[in-house]
Design a binder for this molecule. Sequence first.
Ligand SMILES: Nc1ncnc2c1ncn2[C@@H]1O[C@H](COP(=O)(O)OP(=O)(O)OP(=O)(O)O)[C@@H](O)[C@H]1O
Ligand SMILES: [Mg+2]
Length: 234
Amino acid sequence: MELIELKNICKTYYMGDIDVPVLKGITLSIGKGEFVALMGASGSGKSTLMNILGCLDHPTSGEYWLEQREISKVSADERANLRNHKIGFVFQNFNLLPRTSALENVMMPLSYTHEHVSDSEVKRRAEELMNRVGLGDRMHHEPSELSGGQQQRVAIARALINRPSVLFADEPTGNLDSKTSEEVLAMFKQLNVEEGITVIIVTHDPNVARHTQRQIHIHDGLIANGQTSQGGPQ
Ligand SMILES: Nc1ncnc2c1ncn2[C@@H]1O[C@H](COP(=O)(O)OP(=O)(O)OP(=O)(O)O)[C@@H](O)[C@H]1O
Ligand SMILES: [Mg+2]
């Protein structure tokens, strides 16, 4: 089943009199449970495309189908609602709240939504996720008391607290050394294989991309080889 379908997506930034066309007709499908790398040179539009996929921004034209619903023209409020329910984000610089325990950081996204999830259930889920990412013994550490790799694993746990359909990570290992990067990538792979979570990693680094099942290249505002599967056990 397709999780994501893009049809002829264009994105142009308008800066005063100047038009900056970045995405020029992206057509692409990503299935449920895929583990994908979105690749391309600096400035090629990877983050622009991820912002659209992650409902942080809308395209200038084209269709975006997410779980069989066309969402390219929904309001900002509805985009926020979709983000809260369907999407998890992991960023290069972790984006954890300082002076706040790892556990509270993980609980944070659910504390903001007006869902029918009790405080004790939120805590239970957060503890389960901290264990899941191998940090059961670091729940009460603050970000400054954790290594870079541990902070990124807390960020992964936080991204999963709302049980999203898809996890987006923009250069998630950009601030990590190579050994720690491998650990974090192994974490993504494990979540993908064991729990079927769809993972889309934005990277310019072939060493990161080789951990994924499929590499999608953006070049000159278009997909260079979007439908190529790179094998590996499915
Ligand atoms: N808000 C904006 N307003 C105007 N132009 C923008 C905006 N955001 C991005 N751009 C332009 O769009 C192009 C693509 O930017 P984008 O951030 O998507 O690239 P990227 O592939 O993620 O690059 P990097 O690998 O360096 O992160 C760049 O030329 C950039 O200058
Ligand atoms: Mg970028």
